[in-house]
Design a protein around this ligand. Structure first.
Ligand SMILES: [Zn+2]
Ligand SMILES: [Zn+2]
Length: 271
């Protein structure tokens, strides 16, 4: 079965590898089409694109946008114009909202008695900051043994450092992606089943949904393919690769049945 990966992260957001290293890892697993989709930034895209061109891997410029409607309600913008000034301003605003959230998280952790400074966190995040950088700082200070434990003990709902997502609405995220010439795809829909609203999202301009995703079961994939047919959405594939020591799956690339793979290529590469 051919492999695709339209959802990977680098050090430009919460991944642990450079864009170049992510491309190299993707080629090792035999990925036939690749996208770097860092959170709220496209600053790593050119490096990934150059590496893909050198290796003759079809490349898709992309981004992953968080929304305030759910901690995991994220949208991928595939084939966005990374030079669009309005889109750049939109992403810069989202990054600023993240900075405010992280500052609140740090204040709450300090109030809970942890010795953690803003510098400990922000020095780890040259581009888009995220809760993963807080978790990594906790790990570096010996407060937790791993990024996952940092999340579990301190950063998720019910724990002392939890602050709800801020940022844009779903409709705003979809519209910004479309305005930048991209295709809007809901990322990992299996993580947000409780808040699914495909009629409204389709109305806002949704183009696709990420069906082939590591955490999606066979049954869920079948259900998502049914939704794709009902709302005329195309199915995408992404590993959400974050690099070594991220606590995520260790290799990029998702196998995609040939008919869906062919549709992916025709949707994303004919422009
Ligand atoms: Zn996501
Ligand atoms: Zn992601």
């Amino acid at each position: 079965m051919p492999k695709a990966d339209l959802h990977t992260h680098s050090v430009y957001s919460d991944g642990t590898s450079s864009p170049r290293e992510v491309v190299i890892a993707a080629q090792k697993t035999g990925v036939g089409i690749f996208a770097l989709a860092d959170h709220d930034t496209v600053d790593g895209v050119l490096q990934a694109q150059q590496e893909c061109e050198a290796r003759h891997i079809p490349f898709v410029p992309a981004v992953e946008i968080s929304t305030r409607e759910h901690d995991h309600l994220h949208f991928l913008g595939l084939n966005v114009n990374i030079h669009d000034p309005q889109f750049a301003a939109f992403l810069a605003h989202n990054r600023q909202v993240r900075v405010e959230r992280i500052k609140k998280i740090i204040a709450q952790l300090q109030a809970a008695g942890l010795n953690l400074t803003p510098e400990d966190v922000f020095s780890r995040a040259p581009n888009t900051v995220s809760r993963a950088h807080v978790a990594d700082a906790l790990k570096q200070k010996g407060i937790v043994p791993s990024r996952q434990e940092g999340f579990r003990r301190w950063l998720v709902p019910g724990q002392p450092g939890y602050v709800p997502s801020a940022g844009v609405s779903v409709a705003e995220a979809i519209r910004a992606i479309k305005a930048a010439g991209g295709l809007a795809v809901i990322a990992h829909p299996g993580l947000t089943q409780a808040v699914w609203n495909f009629p409204a999202w389709k109305e806002a301009g949704l183009d696709g949904l990420e069906v082939f995703y590591p955490a999606h079961t066979y049954t869920l994939k079948q259900e998502l393919l049914k939704i794709a047919r009902k709302y005329d959405l195309f199915a995408t594939a992404g590993s959400d690769y974050h690099g070594p020591h991220s606590g995520r799956n260790s290799t990029p690339g998702m196998p995609v049945p040939q008919p869906y793979y062919d549709r992916l290529l025709s949707k994303l590469l004919k422009r």
